[in-house]
Ligand binder design. Sequence first.
Ligand SMILES: Cc1ncc(C[n+]2csc(CCOP(=O)(O)OP(=O)(O)O)c2C)c(N)n1
Ligand code: SF4
Ligand SMILES: [Mg+2]
Length: 453
Amino acid sequence: MCYASAAKDIPAAADRADGRTKIVITSTSCGQNATMTYLAKPKFHHPGLAKNLLGYTHRDYEGKISTLCAGCGHDSITAAIIEACFELSIAPHRVAKISGIGCSSKTPDYFLGNSHGFNSVHGRMPSVLTGANLANRDLIYLGVSGDGDSASIGVGQFVHAIRRGVNMVYIVENNGVYGLTKGQFSATADRGSKSKKGVVNADSAIDMVAMALQLGASLVARSFSGDKNQLVPIIKAAIEHQGAAFIDVISPCVAFNNHAGSTKSYDYVREHNEAVNRLDFMTGRDPILVDYAPGAVQTVEQHDGTTLVLRKINADYDVHDRVAAMNFLQLHAAKGQVVTGVLYLDREAEDLHKHVVDYAPGAVQTVEQHDGTTLVLRKINADYDVHDRVAAMSFLQQHAAKGQVVTGVLYLDREAEDLHRHLNTTETPLNALSERELCPGSAVLDKINAGLR
Ligand SMILES: Cc1ncc(C[n+]2csc(CCOP(=O)(O)OP(=O)(O)O)c2C)c(N)n1
Ligand code: SF4
Ligand SMILES: [Mg+2]
């Protein structure tokens, strides 16, 4: 069956006068010619749109108008990628988007319209990305794939790109089905989950996060397309990470896998989401250091260009006078100064813990306060350690057994090395090398060959 045939009734016009619709003749993966369309976004910008450090608006990170089904989780991931790149002020020409085949693999057309892009063959995104990365390490590589693309036909490619530590962000838009070819179970569909027509999946699921951990990915995360607050910082962290960053995003397919009995539906994931951490991501910058005397005022220029006026408290300041401290604060705030130093200290202070019996992580404790009201405390579980790979794997298994979807950054290796380091490749992108450097002659080749014997 030709899955692109649905578009064949669209009139074969060229670009429309308003520039919005383009119609191109293309060949589908099943070998037939079909008519495909895409909608270009109107180019006008609202003057009030927020700008990032490069002066770009969100519009500069968008692509063409999506032709996916309304409500498809993949569109939310597209929006999260746009947001992450906007917030990180990435120059679009520094990004290379590479995908395979599937609804998910179509999405790079819908974001970063000014970036490099390569829509490869089904399941082959990882090797095309690896090759591009080896040729030019100076770009940010964004691999976008589906669960069919990466866990079925491309599973071998996925495995090797991860184990080689290719410096990339590898996103799997995981809906548990082959959306583009009308909803067959994919290899990530959970055993016992049901298809839209009620067929029960009898096969074991591949957990790509567990595989990525086992294969040595140096940043591993899972998220949900419907949780932008979690997904955007994860994508930002993955972009800034040096090494193989893998993100599995549960992304419901509204056309074929969003019914009762599916474990990849919006309702199921919302009900079973077990977030390991809530995060924000901040780009590392050089610390701003000041050294100024008590009583002095110091103006500091911040990374975003704004200034901060600091006023250090006087050497004879009385830290035990609460009223004086409040006056001092108001006085200097009125002058636009931020007062620094210990402003107040009560040596007789009692804290809440004095009234609280010790209680264990994960427990609930009711506390009576000074004014007679009660406060119910819930102590969080012992901190999740994102640097423990083995613990991450067992955590995943434990929660999977309870039917819970664990989300958040599951593993991060701060010492990660990437493929270039392993292969000791040149720092220079190949397109910047001279012909002589690229083809040093047969004597050098003979030497290399001799070294391999
Ligand atoms: C070599 C090859 N085999 C099979 C196909 C048919 N095909 C196209 S997309 C697809 C599966 C896509 O599933 P997934 O990667 O999960 O993407 P989704 O559409 O669900 O986002 C298949 C089997 C193909 N295009 N090429
Ligand atoms: S078929 Fe499914 S995966 Fe494809 S666009 Fe529609 S909802 Fe999304
Ligand atoms: Mg899929």
